[in-house]
Write a protein that binds this ligand. Structure first.
Ligand code: PXL
Length: 265
């Protein structure tokens, strides 16, 4: 038998989205489309459609930790991402587990609010998130809404985005990818703040179509790139292409739209 080629392995720690466009389902589909074997640690289960969150229930913090520990003991995990983490106790448990795996790059997508506008993270979780988990990141990927909550002011244009990114990367002392997709305009511009430099990533903006799950898909695609050995900049560049194609080639049914997680690049 020919020797099996080694496929990179990545772990996602996130919530389950029943409509499968976001959350752990989006992460797995993205890993798979980009040739990475995905492992999962589920933090909570969300009953929802792209338009509305109906109910969320958490998994116990201990069970979240157990999922992560068994995986890190048994698989050659090359990169990790976090998505919806739900509560302060779950975040604290994850941080204490990952603190002993500092050599594995960690992408933190600080999910707080669904594209539908529904709250996903408990209010009292922010402090633990910022203090315990953010400093462990190889990359933090807030969208404009999340970034404005973190800096306490609204971000309405590119200069404000630059200022916000500088504040965030200095505050947590980690690289930050600030995603500008929610700024009205013809292009979706993201800014990477890393090593004292700012790098721009731009793509045409697709108006008014399936955006539920784009944040999860983008951060999962970056994580897949890091697992495969790409540099941070290369991983972001490929991920931006992937998510832009996934939006442009979205699926449409009668009343529901969803991201296409295997777009042609
Ligand atoms: O898109 C943010 C998000 C992340 N994770 C889960 C979700 C959602 C959005 O609804 O359900 C599990």
């Amino acid at each position: 038998m020919p020797a099996k080629s080694k496929v990179p392995v990545a772990l996602t720690i996130a919530g389950s989205d029943s409509s499968a466009g976001a959350g752990i389902q989006a992460d797995l589909k993205t890993f798979s489309a980009l040739g990475v074997y995905g492992l999962t640690a589920v933090t909570c289960v969300v009953a929802e459609t792209p338009g509305k969150v109906s109910k969320i229930e958490p998994v116990s913090a201990e069970l979240v930790r157990d999922q992560i520990e068994v995986l890190l003991r048994s698989f050659p995990v090359a990169a990790i991402k976090t998505g919806l983490l739900f509560s302060a106790s779950i975040i604290a448990e994850i941080a204490s587990t990952l603190r002993t795996h500092r050599s594995t790059p960690l992408v933190i997508d600080p999910v707080m609010i669904a594209t539908s506008g529904d709250a996903l993270l408990q209010d009292d979780a922010m402090e633990t998130y910022e203090r315990e988990l953010f400093p462990l990141a190889a990359l933090l990927t807030p969208n404009l809404g999340e970034a404005s909550l973190l800096i306490g002011k609204s971000i309405r244009n590119l200069p404000a985005m630059r200022e916000a990114g500088e504040i965030l990367t200095e505050k947590y002392r980690v690289p930050v990818l600030l995603k500008g997709g929610h700024l009205a305009g013809d292009s979706a511009m993201d800014l990477l703040f890393a090593d004292g430099k700012v790098i721009e990533f731009s793509a045409p903006f697709s108006r008014g179509i399936a955006t539920h799950g784009t944040g999860c898909t983008y951060s999962a695609a970056i994580t897949a790139g890091l697992a495969a050995g790409l540099s941070l900049e290369e991983a972001i560049r490929r991920a931006k292409k992937f998510v832009t194609a996934a939006i442009a080639q979205h699926h449409a049914w009668d009343a529901v739209h969803a991201l296409n997680h295997s777009p042609r690049l």
